[in-house]
Write a protein that binds this ligand. Structure first.
Ligand code: GRF
Length: 291
């Protein structure tokens, strides 16, 4: 279990009280259980988790944390579950960043409502276990919310990352992971967000509105579609002759970068909360700067 971490005071202009990841102070520690991979075998081609070595590392980190007040625990690699319904290009960007070391974490599970989607296929062929949620006519193997929460706990998931997952996240899950669930949306929220704004519909609406700029938003997730606190955005100009497809492609390119940067910050405990509830990302190189 992680502890709430106090951080150095912010840059003078900000005058805010900050804390990091209060979420996991409240999350129960997961106990070691028999391999989850076996349970998800029907869904995953190869689903070997590096559970034993990691468990050892975590145990060591915890012991060290008790000695040095939490630094070692805060510095361990974070465990990520990515939720996907489609092609999964953001999932792939995050997974590759984790493998390359750009993100100090590991994708330990992919959750999907569409077991045949591109993201799930990629997960299976890369040894990431696939969990199907929720149950539906087309996915009768899906699990319940309670089982999902249990599964995430058993995988010792620190953060949930929505990457093109089209279902609303159940309240129970939002409450279990306060300030620990991110989503990416392909417009500059709060514009062009909410129920019904997904895929090309977003870009069509942007072009139809005459907006000159659009771009991706990474935000924390609450109980509603696209209303959680904004963490990061990138601006992408809307061109005179843009089609929804062209605009979507340019924005998707930026999504991969901004999502990886935000997840890297999350995994390095570089997200701080201004006292009015706005999350900020601390610069990796200068702890007095926010990006
Ligand atoms: C992205 O445009 C993202 O902003 C939205 O869904 C799309 C997912 O794309 N939430 P991909 O599956 O990551 O390629």
């Amino acid at each position: 279990m992680e502890m709430e971490a106090a951080v150095a005071p912010p840059a003078s202009g900000l005058r805010r009280s900050l804390n990091i990841n209060p979420a996991r102070a409240t999350r129960p520690a997961a106990k070691h259980r028999p391999s989850l991979a076996a349970r998800h075998q029907a869904n995953a081609v190869r689903c070997e988790l590096p559970r034993r070595p990691e468990a050892r590392l975590r145990h060591r980190a915890s012991a060290a944390a008790q000695r040095d007040g939490g630094d070692a625990e805060a510095g361990r690699r974070k465990r990520l579950a990515v939720f996907v319904s489609g092609g999964g290009s953001n999932f792939r960007a995050i997974h590759e960043a984790a493998l390359s070391g750009a993100v100090h974490g590991d994708v330990v599970a992919l959750v999907t409502d569409k077991p045949g989607c591109g993201g799930a296929e990629h997960a299976r062929s890369n040894g990431v276990p696939v969990v199907v949620f929720p149950k539906s006519k087309s996915a009768p193997e899906g699990i319940s919310v309670a089982e999902l929460i249990n599964t995430l706990r058993e995988y010792e998931v620190d953060f949930v990352l929505l990457a093109g997952y089209l279902k609303l996240i159940p309240t129970e899950l939002v409450q279990k992971y306060p300030r620990s669930i991110l989503n990416i949306h392909p417009s500059l929220l709060p514009a062009f967000g909410g129920k019904g704004y997904y895929g090309l519909k977003v870009h069509k609406a942007v072009i139809a509105s005459g907006a000159r700029y659009s771009g991706p938003t990474v935000h924390f997730v609450d109980e509603h579609y696209d209303t959680g606190r904004t963490l990061a955005q990138r601006v992408v100009p809307v061109l005179t002759n843009d089609t929804p497809e062209l605009l979507a492609a340019r924005i998707l390119h930026e999504e991969h970068k901004v999502y990886v940067e935000a997840v890297a910050a999350l995994c390095e405990d570089r997200i701080v909360w201004r006292e009015d509830g706005v999350p900020l990302i601390k610069s990796q190189t200068n702890p007095d700067e926010y990006i």
